[in-house]
Ligand binder design. Structure first.
Ligand code: HEM
Length: 162
């Protein structure tokens, strides 16, 4: 506890929508947990999703959200994120976490590199934008994949459960 990303701590649950020009749109439920490791400059992250109407798992991901250096005079913190996906994709993102008022913050991340296993879908770049307002977390995720330029793949709204 008591790091610059504390606003993310806890378990969040909610719903999202997914789309991309090459696939059918879909809806999903999601649960995310951010946990602190005492004395370490990162939060551990676990995410899983299920199809909103069909009883089956969809995407899952896990990783670490690291903060780097000092908090700036404006309150912003540099963030580095390392994520692994069971689809054979590994994402590394850099960005900033910037408080935007009492209990509010914006976390803007863009991929620095995306690595793929031999059989993974061709993901070239990603971007994630999170807005935290108290116990509500909204995010969008964009990707450039399967030959298409960076554009929306996901949007979701989650609430903190504990
Ligand atoms: C909430 C998280 C996510 C959910 C629920 C989700 C769900 C889906 C679904 C249902 C599809 C279409 C069917 C399929 O190919 O399985 C899909 C396609 C895809 N997703 Fe996601 N996804 C998520 C996150 C991601 C992330 C983080 C990436 C990349 C890092 C990604 C990359 C892709 C790609 C490359 C495709 C295939 C597009 C194509 O073949 O035309 N997804 N996703």
């Amino acid at each position: 506890m008591s790091g610059p990303l504390d606003m993310l701590l806890g378990t969040w649950a909610g719903r999202g929508r997914g789309f991309y020009p090459s696939i059918e749109p879909f809806e999903y439920t999601e649960e995310i947990t951010f946990s602190a490791v005492a004395g370490k400059p990162f939060l551990a992250y676990q995410q899983r999703t299920r199809h909103a109407t069909e009883d089956r798992p969809l995407h899952a991901e896990a990783g670490y959200w690291r903060w780097v250096g000092e908090v700036s005079a404006e309150g912003a913190t540099l963030v580095e994120v390392v994520l692994a996906h069971p689809t054979g994709v590994a994402e590394i993102l850099h960005g900033t976490f910037a408080p935007a008022g009492s209990g509010e913050a914006v976390l803007a991340l863009a991929s620095r590199s995306v690595s793929l296993t031999a059989t993974a879908k061709d993901v070239r770049d990603t971007a994630r934008h999170l807005v935290i307002e108290g116990d509500v977390l909204r995010y969008t995720m964009r990707m450039g994949a399967v030959g298409l330029p960076l554009q929306d793949h996901l949007e979701a709204v989650l609430e903190r459960r504990r």
